[in-house]
Ligand binder design. Structure first.
Ligand code: 5GP
Length: 114
């Protein structure tokens, strides 16, 4: 069982800010911005490149959840805004093998990333 499956199962505590039948979102334990949430599918897809055509609605859902949280928390305006990030594999910076969308906001984020 991955770390994030344990969070879904409430075996490890997390600050959960959103959940529905397909996904949950919680605060990253090492935030890289004033708002740093992880949106994950309940289905344990290891990483985005391991998703299949069958997962297309679920992948779309994760992005819709990001937008919904941003709207609800009031940082979706273009003057503020946010960034979504998915890390895949070593070069991408993946450290937990359960697909997760980072949702970052609350400060100016540099581009290109480091
Ligand atoms: P990745 O590096 O795989 O893209 O992102 C994994 C993220 O999970 C990291 O930003 C890391 O801080 C976060 N993380 C690792 N362990 C825990 C944990 O036990 N609880 C929470 N809430 N976040 C975690």
């Amino acid at each position: 069982m991955t770390l994030f499956e344990k969070i879904i199962a409430r075996e490890i505590p997390a600050d959960i800010v959103y959940e529905d039948d397909l996904a949950i979102a919680f605060r990253d334990i090492h935030p890289q911005a004033p708002v740093h949430l992880l949106i994950i599918p309940r289905k344990p897809i290891p990483r985005v490149g391991a998703a299949t055509e069958d997962d297309a609605p679920l992948l779309g859902h994760l992005l819709l959840v990001a937008g919904k949280i941003a709207r609800e928390q009031g940082f979706d305006g273009t003057d503020q805004g946010f960034r979504v990030v998915i890390n895949h594999g070593r070069h991408g910076g993946e450290t937990v093998p359960h697909l997760h969308v980072h949702l970052l906001s609350g400060r100016d984020l540099a581009w290109p990333p480091g």
